[in-house]
Design a protein around this ligand. Structure first.
Ligand SMILES: Cc1ncc(C[n+]2csc(CCOP(=O)(O)OP(=O)(O)O)c2C)c(N)n1
Ligand SMILES: [Mg+2]
Length: 351
């Protein structure tokens, strides 16, 4: 079999799910969404954007310290993917984790309090921005070591397989982790052991200030390389929330039915720098402006209004409600207590 044939084999075999039809809002979705479901997707994406805006402001005024990596621009990816998972599924993610946490429904107040380093935070104020965590929602972090979350996710998937439990594990990671040995080792092991894991690459084309074109021998597309591991894969438009949702739903079904891993590459973009302090000198602003044309916070509600699924008023009501949720979260975080010094060694080893 030639490598081109292999790529075709491992891309989704059913033409209905070709990249093109998945991108199309009017695609013949087997299960079309209700108005409420559409609005919830918008609400979540807007919640994340406003959460990130508030984080930026509170970093500038000194309420949030340490590292801060914002998810602005990538909302359609996180919300689309997590909206198609079940309560039985585990989520493991990288350090740019605020979006995933909110998309999974983690408490907004406690997420903000964690960034403020307060006792009421999701990780009791001791984790910060990169370590949001809520085991009750099977949200297993927020990991700061680039690529470090991949083997942890494989371990969770192994536990699901071993214990014959329902569900899959989804593991988010960035393009920057793909030149690490641990990435290749995890893909290999997951394929050999047929683990129920969805490898979810958020390809935003940059790892800190390095464009992937400069650091990757294989070019801009990662999904064809999955043939090496015999892991079925697909690419999706990561700025289109419905496309990502449909792709993830399909991947989940395939993982459970075929009992093996799947790989999704979501092409997306962060509108902001790597971290708050990054002046983005390494890239041309024209590139950012080009991607901003695909901003899901603007495009998605516009489509819903054009399709008469909702109205401008309804969208504005959601925005108002979310803006209040965010100001309440900032107030909650501000007013919460700091952890005391004698708690510093608590929770280091799980009970
Ligand atoms: C093992 C390791 N090496 C280096 C770093 C420093 N570092 C933090 S983020 C980052 C880039 C990651 O890029 P990517 O995975 O593409 O994620 P993105 O920031 O684009 O979301 C690097 C090199 C780290 N945290 N861990
Ligand atoms: Mg990246």
């Amino acid at each position: 079999m030639t490598s081109k044939q292999k790529i075709e084999k491992n891309k989704l075999s059913d033409d209905k799910y070709s990249k093109k039809s998945i991108k199309n809002l009017n695609s013949s979705n087997k299960k079309s969404l209700s108005t409420n479901e559409h609005l919830e997707l918008f609400r979540k994406m807007y919640l994340i954007r406003q959460f990130e805006n508030a984080c930026g402001q509170n970093y500038a005024n000194g309420n949030i310290r340490g590292f801060l990596h914002l998810y602005s621009g990538q909302e359609a990816t996180g919300v689309g993917a997590l909206s198609s998972l079940n309560d039985s599924d585990y989520i493991v993610t990288h350090y740019r984790d605020h979006g995933h946490a909110l998309a999974r429904g983690l408490d907004v107040n406690r997420s903000m309090a964690e960034l403020f380093g307060k006792k009421t935070g999701l990780s009791k104020g001791k984790g910060g921005s990169m370590h949001l965590f809520d085991a009750s929602k099977k949200f297993m972090g927020g990991h700061a070591i680039v690529g470090g979350q991949l083997p942890l996710a494989a371990g969770l998937a192994l536990s699901q397989q071993y214990d014959n439990k329902d569900g899959i594990t989804i593991c988010f990671f960035g393009d920057g982790s793909t030149n690490q040995g641990i990435y290749h080792e995890t893909l290999n092991l997951a394929a050999v052991w047929n683990l129920p894991i969805l490898f979810f690459l958020e390809n935003n084309m940059y790892g800190m200030g390095s464009s992937i074109e400069r650091v990757r021998a294989g070019g801009l597309d990662f999904f064809p390389a999955m043939n090496t591991y015999e892991i079925p894969s697909m690419e999706v438009d990561g700025m289109d929330v419905l496309a990502v949702r449909e792709a993830t739903e399909l991947a989940r079904e395939k993982i459970l039915k075929e009992k093996r891993p799947f790989f999704i590459e979501s092409k997306t973009f962060r509108f902001v720098g790597h971290s708050y302090a990054d002046g983005q000198k390494y890239r041309n602003q024209d590139e950012v402006i080009k991607w901003e044309q695909k901003d899901p916070i603007i495009i998605y509600p516009k489509k819903l209004i054009d399709m008469k699924i909702t109205t401008n008023d309804e969208i504005n009501d959601i925005k108002l409600e979310v803006d209040n949720v965010i100001s309440d979260a900032v107030k909650f975080a501000n007013e919460s207590e700091e952890p005391s010094l004698n708690e510093i060694f608590d929770d280091i080893i799980a009970e």
